[in-house]
Design a protein around this ligand. Structure first.
Ligand code: AHR
Length: 495
């Protein structure tokens, strides 16, 4: 199969925001407890943060982490998670039907973010929570002092305000599964009053409104239109969430990246419709703050216990190929999608997987995320891709998914490619106006067994290895993409 991809330095989509490489930690399963936080673990620091996990998070170069949920957020009282640990209440978490003893809360999360060099993104509860409580929380986090909640933060040992910039106004409020779910009108009104209170306390914050929690929702995209009509002038982002899993047809699963793109185009159009209706000049940005492959059918209620083994998907090569296409879609929409959070980061549908008291491994999805996050910062280029297509439930889809980013400071260009086909691809990559290119590396991820996965016994079964030789003639590269494989090709250019 022949594929030609053209890109020109002058044809920029936009600058990839660092926040595109964010992730998510929820009080869910073992994401917090025995994930990022495990006092007594041989690798835990004085605060109980697992250093082995932080090391891998640094390899992923995660920029921002959303916390504390997720569905958990809609029943969470943030005050349960502050102050002396022995006095914190143990609660029923209705979202995941588990026990939450609140040994990790906002102050621990902020300390963990500092240790892991991560920007925090907090959420306020708009399910059981009120606008007033959201105001109290931002006063606790961001107000300098001499008020009840800011002094409470100081009393809890945190003298300086945290200055948390990114705030989610609830989570998936369009979902009937949400604790105290609202319809679009009611959410729009509640979120508006919350936004006003929060901004009065800290005018520098960035606010994220709940958009549709998936393109399959019956309220999509009306939800987004109504919510934005209430909130357009008061928020900076609308959120999007999307998970994919294989049902019957493998090609439908491979086509996920195209469907994710269609979803983004619709939300962009909905934002622009409201912009026009409001005669506004502001361009609404997107926070794609939950995305991943997630086999939702494997979700098992675990009973009323703390930190059960739930949502612990083990990812295969096939899942990583779908995941890599989704990453390409995010990069190719970087002019509107400024923030993206891989859901989630540790143990729960995550690239990092731990044993309680023991080891940690990288899942198959770890590698494409690390490559994009380390080498996909710079300007994304519009590509013209000539490749055969396949039919799917999402329409006609290219067998080869691509994104190309160049970094001016490093004088590097990186191409991220997935061949979903069962045939090899003869690739010709024409990177116009880059002059003479010099190969840095060509890495690939493939395996004869699409179901191959990493495990504690075999932690490197799926990993990156050198790709086929690359022939370079000035700015034209030729190489082979093996069947069902992921690739990153990096070159040095001279400006
Ligand atoms: O990430 C898992 C769950 O998926 C989150 O709690 C929720 O927001 C979404 O439905």
């Amino acid at each position: 199969m022949k594929t030609r991809i053209f890109a020109d330095k002058n044809m920029k989509i936009g600058k990839v925001n660092d926040l595109l490489f964010g992730s998510f930690i929820e009080h869910l399963g073992r994401a917090v407890y025995t994930g990022i936080y495990e006092p007594g673990h041989p690798e835990a620091d004085k605060k109980g943060f697992r250093k082995d996990v932080i090391e891998l998070i640094k390899e992923l170069k995660v920029s921002i982490v959303r916390y504390p949920g997720g569905n958990f957020l809609s029943g969470y009282n943030w005050k349960d998670g502050i102050g002396p640990r022995e006095k914190r209440p143990t609660r029923l978490d209705l979202a995941w039907q588990t026990i939450e003893d609140n040994q990790f809360g906002t102050d621990e999360f902020m300390a963990w973010c500092r240790t892991a060099a991560i920007e925090p993104m907090l959420g306020v509860n708009l399910g059981t929570g009120s606008p007033k409580e959201a105001g109290n929380m931002i006063e606790y986090c961001n107000f300098p002092g001499k008020t009840y909640y800011s002094d409470l933060r100081k009393k809890n040992g945190n003298l300086k305000p945290y200055g948390v910039k990114y705030w989610c106004l609830g989570n998936e409020m369009d979902g009937p599964w949400q604790i105290c779910h609202l319809d679009a009108e009611d959410y729009g009104k509640k979120a508006l009053e919350t936004a006003k209170i929060m901004r009065w306390i800290d005018p520098d914050i960035k606010l994220i409104a709940c958009g549709s929690s998936g393109a399959e929702m019956p309220t999509y995209p009306e939800w987004d239109r109504i919510v934005l009509e209430h909130l357009y002038d008061h928020v900076d982002y609308i959120s999007m969430h999307r998970y994919y899993w294989q049902e019957e047809d493998l090609n439908d699963f491979f086509a996920s990246y195209k469907d994710m793109d269609d979803f983004i185009q619709t939300i962009k159009a909905t934002c622009d419709y409201v912009k026009a209706k409001k005669r506004s000049r502001k361009i609404m940005k997107i926070s794609f703050d939950e995305w991943n492959v997630w086999y939702q059918n494997k979700q098992t209620p675990a009973g009323w216990v703390k930190a059960p083994h739930i949502l612990e998907d083990i990812y295969s090569l096939k899942d990583a190929l779908v995941f890599s296409g989704m990453l390409n879609t995010l990069i190719n929409n970087c002019d509107r999608v400024e923030i993206a959070c891989l859901a989630q980061l540790v143990n729960v549908i995550a690239p990092i997987f731990t044993e309680k008291g023991g080891r940690v491994i990288r899942q198959s999805t770890f590698f494409p995320f690390a490559e994009a996050s380390n080498h996909g910062r710079g300007y994304a280029l519009r590509t013209i891709t000539e490749t055969p297509t396949f039919s799917s439930k999402f329409g006609e889809v290219n067998w080869v998914s691509d994104s190309i980013v160049y970094n001016e400071e490093k004088e590097e260009i990186s191409a991220f490619l997935v061949n979903y086909g069962s045939e090899s691809v003869d690739l010709q990559l024409e990177l116009r106006s880059f002059g003479k290119l010099e190969l840095i590396e060509h890495k690939t991820m493939n395996n004869e067994d699409l179901e191959a996965k990493n495990s504690f016994e075999n932690p490197n079964r799926i990993t990156l290895k050198p790709g086929a030789p690359v022939e370079i003639n000035e700015a034209t590269l030729k190489t082979t993409l093996e069947p069902r494989s992921y690739h990153v090709i990096r070159c040095k250019y001279q400006s």
